[in-house]
Design a protein around this ligand. Sequence first.
Ligand code: GDP
Length: 297
Amino acid sequence: NEMFGQLTSGLEAAWSKLKGEEALTKENIAEPMRDIRRALLEADVSLPVVRRFVQSVSDQAVGVGLIRGVRPDQQLVKIVYDELVKLMGGEVSDLVISKSGTTVILLAGLQGVGKTTVCAKLAFYLKKLGKSCMMIAADVYRPAAIDQLKILGDQVGVTVYTEGTEVKPSQIAINGIEEARKRKIDVAIVDTAGRLQLNKTMMDELKEVKQAVNPTEVLLVVDAMTGQEAAALVTTFSIEIGITGAILTKLDGDSRGGAALSIREVSGKPIKLVGRGERMEDLEPFYPDRMAGRILG
Ligand code: GDP
């Protein structure tokens, strides 16, 4: 997997400059810190995030005394690792699923980010956790999206509730959830319509659906390939709609990692799940520590 390849080698350049040093000093970390800064910017991490990150790492690096038996370069690696984990939210942020009744999850996102795929992947993921699911097709603008969801629903063995394209999305969502409650389904996932770009119609529609169904989770699906733009998008949706977290897709692509590293810090919202492929099983929780480990190679 090449996702963090460039970032990893950029950081390795930083460590290599500390070989043979006896301690971390203000002087000898200056150049490695420039390497770290450059590597993060090249990975498309948002500039304010890079600035804070580098500042925090520098402060700690000069602050710590030499730990016996640990080389200065390894010490810096450890500080960067801890900061990366912190940057990505520290802990895993689990989905909130009620113990009883039907939990409603609302999915939002721009067109093409992988939202329909995520909808089915999420249903499959929850099914494996022993939860019964129903998907509700509230994307009334693209009949193809409804067909796609039905095909994926068949594939993962999860019912898709649809009323075609003539009924209002908020009404479809309400009816679908009522049906799910009647059938004692654990989780109802509402798939909403995306647009190519942010626009008021989409936002208004999302607000209306959200108000109508009072979801436990409102998850924004974002494409990792869009880098720090993804973080900006999460912020906008967070302010406009009120989301509970993000799902980052296409982590298997050649994205440089900027989205994974920027979202939490920029938006204040956690990445809850990540998609790493087109198959239905390619969805997993977002583990900040594992991600940091992968970045450091
Ligand atoms: P939507 O318009 O947001 O509903 O997007 P779709 O779910 O239709 O996905 C758009 C394209 O991205 C499809 O070709 C998917 O197979 C692909 N896709 C979705 N998720 C992933 C992923 O995690 N990795 C890769 N490589 N492709 C994905």
